[in-house]
Design a protein around this ligand. Structure first.
Ligand code: NAD
Ligand code: ZN
Length: 360
């Protein structure tokens, strides 16, 4: 069976585009004059004055999303309850997300839960969401996860020790607004760790076995753009921040199936609560045999940009922690098969995987 692929319906790109957000919201407000918009904003912006530049009205709700940790099923459930309480039976005219992957994913998951019964964990998997979410608008302030265009909202389920997305067309944003001015304040290391996520999604997808020509074309373009940015003198120059936003946007559309970088990265996030982007960097740093060319490129980029990746992060863990790392990694059967084939456990034995963690 072929999949009927969906893309984001509308997008606007350019320096200063944030100024046009009010125009984008206007018809949505006109169609539901009594109903509020819900603004999900990365907590970093609580003290920056961003709110005063947004078209927020009196009846709207502003939710500052605490992204100190990546989204969890419990956190998403709690946020959904707050938003439902505020809505009190009304249907929001739009949900808007301002932030990186954590904020955008929170918005996507809460959106699904507003129109579907039950809890976040009920929808972790593929095609489990039955009803469309309210209209959603993404305004990324950090580029790289591709959450703005992807069909997943990723959440950690602490009880089940698994990080898994709500993979559904209903998770997708309806509108994306890319304004590179918004990423100027991102700390350099963070900018790299998250930005490089695009490149990783794309090379994992393009070197895997589940492919199609459209996804390959998008992945190749996004990888080109990432290399332009990360092999340049200043990855955070004005032009490069715009290119990075576009790479992330295209990369999100290409991120069908990842390979072996993301599973080990997910292990680090689940067991050590390590953020996604830096966890990917550690993961690739011990996969020189599985992705030799990409490993070499990565080492060049990290050196060129002067990015920190201190070693020894898994040097002194307990046996139980190593086992948990192995288990939280090896469970990702689809991506591991994508890169290594169905017998991936022959290569990634428990000893082999733990050996890689020890080297990080
Ligand atoms: P993030 O959203 O967790 O943010 C990282 C840090 O950057 C936070 O401290 C945040 O406050 C800060 N920040 C964001 N914008 C800023 C700005 N403009 N200026 C200063 N600081 C800013 O980071 P992320 O890497 O974008 O997202 C990670 C999450 O995305 C993970 O949970 C990961 O699993 C998920 N993810 C989702 C997808 C998807 O397709 N949905 C894909 C990859 C990763
Ligand atoms: Zn990723």
């Amino acid at each position: 069976m072929y999949r009927n692929a969906k893309n984001v319906s509308y997008y606007m790109v350019g320096k200063g585009a944030l100024g046009q957000l009010g125009d984008i919201l206007r018809p949505l407000r006109a169609a539901q004059p009594q109903d509020p918009a819900i603004f999900f904003i990365d907590h970093y912006f609580n003290s920056t004055g961003l709110l005063s530049r947004l078209p927020v009205e009196g009846r709207d709700m502003v939710v500052y999303v605490d992204v100190s940790n990546e989204p969890t099923t419990a956190g998403v459930d709690e946020c959904t309850a707050d938003v439902k309480g505020f809505l009190n039976g009304r249907t929001p005219c739009a949900l808007l997300a301002f932030g990186g992957g954590s904020t955008m994913d929170t918005c996507k998951c809460v959106g699904n839960l507003l129109n579907n019964p039950g809890k976040a964990e009920d929808y972790q998997g593929w095609e489990l969401v039955k009803n469309p979410a309210p209209y959603k608008i993404a305004v990324p302030t950090l580029s790289g996860t591709g959450s703005e265009t992807s069909r997943t909202g990723i959440v950690c389920n602490e009880a089940k020790n698994i990080k898994l997305g709500m993979n559904s067309d209903f998770s997708m944003f309806d509108q994306v607004l890319l304004d590179p001015d918004l990423t100027a304040s991102v700390p350099r290391n963070q900018y790299f760790y998250t930005g490089i996520d695009t490149w990783m999604h794309c090379f994992e997808s393009i070197s895997g076995s589940y492919r199609n020509v459209v996804v390959d074309a998008l992945a190749a373009k996004a990888m080109d753009l990432c290399k332009t940015v990360f092999l340049s003198e200043d990855m955070m120059g004005d032009k490069n921040r715009e290119i990075m936003m576009i790479a992330s946007f295209i990369g999100g559309m290409a991120a069908g199936f990842v390979g072996t970088v993301h599973p080990l990265s997910a292990g680090l996030s689940m067991v050590l609560h390590m953020p996604h982007g830096i966890a990917n960097c550690y993961s690739l740093s011990v996969q020189e045999d599985i992705y030799p060319d990409e490993y070499r490129d990565f080492m060049n980029m990290i050196e060129r940009q002067g990015i920190d990746l201190p070693r020894g992060i898994c040097a002194d863990l307990s046996e139980a922690q190593y086992t948990a790392l192995y288990e939280a990694s090896i469970v990702h059967e689809k991506p591991l098969t994508n890169r290594l084939g169905p017998n991936y456990r022959d290569i990634l034995t428990k000893e082999n995987v733990i050996g890689r963690f020890r080297r990080m």
